[in-house]
Write a protein that binds this ligand. Structure first.
Ligand code: TYD
Length: 249
């Protein structure tokens, strides 16, 4: 633990001799190649160093059922999956993930860091695939039962930069990285996804923080910590404020 650092939420006493940390649900969103995995691992380490209990998870694939659904959803050999079928597979993954992983972790007072959540469905199936938003929102609500992240970090960067990063990452480590059905989509698809995300951020400014993901990882991390410091009591101050973009559209 960093000397003098305090947990994100100081533990509170329940009055029955127990000590509880307040839970927090943080999701990470962004187009391909935004660097979510790297930043999540760094933030996780930082939060743990501050004395918090965390859980790192992802969608699709954060639970046993989801692990299998993930292979079906992302494998290029699946070819074209009908839009509705794709949607319901993502939502089945979410419903099970919430029940099996997210809710129990929040009930145990953990800080849950989730790689992708419902905003991905609106950005990819809605804006990317062109599904109508009203029924999509209803379907999402059915799957998530209204469970919303407390904070969402949207790691934003130009589509071309993200795709270049994703390609070089895939070339660098062919064993670890899976080339997914989504990587193979036309560039217009990825532009629609990014614009969809930025619209969501404009609609939910209190929840979604747009972070400039073209910067080096340490600066992106500082920006995330700065958002937490502003929005949550008890977080130590940082000087990463300049990385929080104020050009939400
Ligand atoms: P993943 O390899 O996790 O992508 P990344 O590393 O970019 O996060 O693959 C997840 C893919 O699934 C990603 O392309 C986005 C897509 N997706 C949807 O289309 N809808 C959803 O609801 C979710 C959760 C993900």
């Amino acid at each position: 633990m960093v000397p003098g650092a305090a947990p994100l939420f100081p533990p509170t006493h329940t009055g029955r001799g127990q000590v509880m940390q307040k839970s927090l649900f943080i999701s990470f969103e962004g187009p391909e190649g935004a660097g979510k995995t790297t930043i999540m691992a760094m933030l996780d380490k930082e939060l743990r160093a501050l004395g918090n209990t965390t859980l790192l998870t992802r969608e699709p694939g954060g639970c046993r059922l989801g692990h299998n659904l993930r292979s079906l959803l992302l494998a290029p050999e699946m070819g074209d999956i009908a839009g509705d079928a794709e949607l319901f597979l993502f939502l089945a993954d979410r419903a099970q993930h919430i029940a099996e992983v997210v809710k129990p972790a929040l009930a145990a007072g953990k800080i849950v860091l989730c790689d992708r959540y419902a905003d991905s469905t609106i950005a990819y199936q809605g804006h990317g695939r062109g599904m109508a938003e009203a029924p999509l929102l209803m379907a999402c609500r059915l799957a998530d039962g209204g469970l919303e992240p407390d904070i969402t970090f949207l790691l934003d960067l130009p589509v071309e930069t993200g795709l270049e990063r994703a390609t070089s990452r895939n070339n660098r480590d062919k064993k670890l990285m899976e080339q997914s059905r989504f990587d193979a989509e036309a560039i217009d698809f990825h532009h629609r996804v990014r614009q969809g995300y930025l619209k969501l951020a404009a609609r939910h400014p209190d929840r979604i923080a747009v972070i400039d993901a073209t910067r080096p990882p340490a600066e992106v991390l500082a920006a995330c910590m700065s958002v937490l410091a502003h929005r949550l009591p008890g977080t130590p101050p940082t000087n990463g404020d300049e990385n929080v973009r104020d050009d939400r559209i």
